[in-house]
Design a protein around this ligand. Structure first.
Ligand SMILES: Nc1ncnc2c1ncn2[C@@H]1O[C@H](COP(=O)(O)OP(=O)(O)O)[C@@H](O)[C@H]1O
Ligand SMILES: [Mg+2]
Length: 286
C-alpha cells in the first residue's frame, strides 16, 4: 500500500465579506470589504478596537449569522456566499467561549465526552475513552473525576479546549478567551494552548485586545481597522514554533509590540472619534 500524505485541513479564505446590522433602520456596517487568508494549521490573531466588528466576523465563520455579501471558504468547501448567505454551524469549526459553560454538575471527563454523545456521533463508552485519552495528553488526567468547580480557572480553560477537540475540528475560534485573567495566569494559559496546539495543529482564529498575547501566540497578527472591520495590517511573526515564554523579553519581541501598537492605537483613536460622533448624532436626534 502506498502511503498518501494527508493534506493539512483547516484553511480559511475570506473574500469581500460584508455584514450590516439594521436594528430599527439604524444601519451599522460592522464588516466591509474584508478579505483574509488563513493557512491550514496557522494561528491567526485578530486585534482591533472594541466594537470594530471582530466578533461579527467570527460569528459568520462559525455559522451563527449570515453575511450580506462576500464568501468564506473552508478548504475547498464554500461555507457561505451567493445563494447561501449563512454557513451551517458544524463540528469542523468549534467556538471556545469565554468562561465556556462547562456543566457544573458533570465531572470534567463527562463534560469533555458530552458533545459527541449528545449529537449521536459516539457511543458513551467510546466517547469516554477518547475523552480520557485527550485529557491525559493535555496533562489533565488527574482531574477527570473532579467537577469544574473543584479546579482552578486555568485548568477549566484547558478542559474547555480539550472538550472542543473531541469533535476533531479543523478550526478553533476563540473570542478573547483569556480577557478576564491576570497576566500570570494568562501566561500559563498561553503555554497550555500551545502545548495542545503542537499535538493537534488545528487552525486557530483568535480574537484579542492584547498585543503581547497576539505576538507571543500567532504565526500571523491581523490588525483590523475601526468599524467597519477589515485588515489594516497583516504582520508575520518570525519567531519559530515551538515557542516558550523567554521570548517575550527579547528585544525583537519588544520592537514588534511597539511597531504594531502604533497601528492599533491609530484605529482605537478612530473608533473613539466615531463613538463620539454617533453619540452626538443620537443626542441631536433626541
Ligand atoms: N446583533 C447586533 N445588532 C446590531 N448591532 C450589532 C449587533 N452585534 C454587534 N453589533 C454592532 O456591530 C459593531 C461590531 O460589533 P462586534 O462585532 O461585537 O465588535 P467587536 O467584537 O470588534 O468588539 C458594534 O458597533 C456593535 O454595536
Ligand atoms: Mg467582540
Amino acid at each position: 500500500m502506498t502511503a498518501t500524505r494527508m493534506q493539512p485541513r483547516g484553511a480559511l479564505r475570506i473574500r469581500d465579506a460584508v455584514k450590516v446590522y439594521d436594528p430599527g433602520g439604524s444601519r451599522v456596517v460592522a464588516v466591509d470589504g474584508c478579505s483574509l487568508d488563513i493557512a491550514a494549521g496557522e494561528i491567526c490573531m485578530i486585534v482591533g478596537p472594541s466594537g470594530c466588528g471582530k466578533t461579527t466576523l467570527l460569528n459568520a465563520i462559525a455559522g451563527f449569522h449570515a453575511l450580506d455579501s462576500g464568501t468564506i471558504h473552508l478548504d475547498d468547501q464554500l461555507l457561505c456566499g451567493p445563494g447561501q448567505p449563512q454557513a451551517k454551524a458544524g463540528p469542523d469549526r468549534i467556538v471556545v467561549f469565554q468562561n465556556g459553560a462547562l456543566f457544573p454538575w458533570k465531572t470534567n471527563l463527562e463534560n469533555v465526552a458530552f458533545g459527541p454523545i449528545v449529537r449521536g456521533r459516539m457511543r458513551r463508552a467510546e466517547a469516554r475513552e477518547k475523552a480520557r485519552e485527550l485529557m491525559a495528553e493535555a496533562g489533565l488526567g488527574g482531574c477527570e473525576h473532579n467537577y469544574p468547580g473543584e479546579i482552578s480557572s486555568g485548568v477549566r480553560r484547558r478542559v474547555e479546549i480539550v472538550r472542543a477537540l473531541m469533535n476533531d475540528p479543523t478550526v478553533l475560534l476563540l473570542d478573547e478567551p483569556y480577557r478576564a485573567l491576570d497576566s500570570l495566569t494568562k501566561s500559563v494559559m498561553h503555554e497550555a494552548l500551545l502545548d495542545i496546539y503542537y499535538r493537534k495543529r488545528v487552525t486557530i482564529f483568535f480574537i484579542t485586545h492584547d498585543l503581547e498575547e497576539a505576538i507571543f501566540l500567532g504565526h500571523k497578527v491581523v490588525i483590523m481597522t475601526s468599524r467597519p472591520c477589515r485588515p489594516k495590517q497583516v504582520f508575520t511573526v518570525e519567531i519559530p514554533h515551538p515557542r516558550d515564554y523567554s521570548v517575550v523579553t527579547s528585544r525583537r519581541f519588544r520592537d514588534w509590540v511597539r511597531q504594531t501598537s502604533e497601528a492599533v492605537h491609530e484605529e482605537a483613536l478612530k473608533a473613539f472619534e466615531l463613538g463620539e460622533k454617533e453619540a452626538a448624532q443620537r443626542e441631536g436626534a433626541a
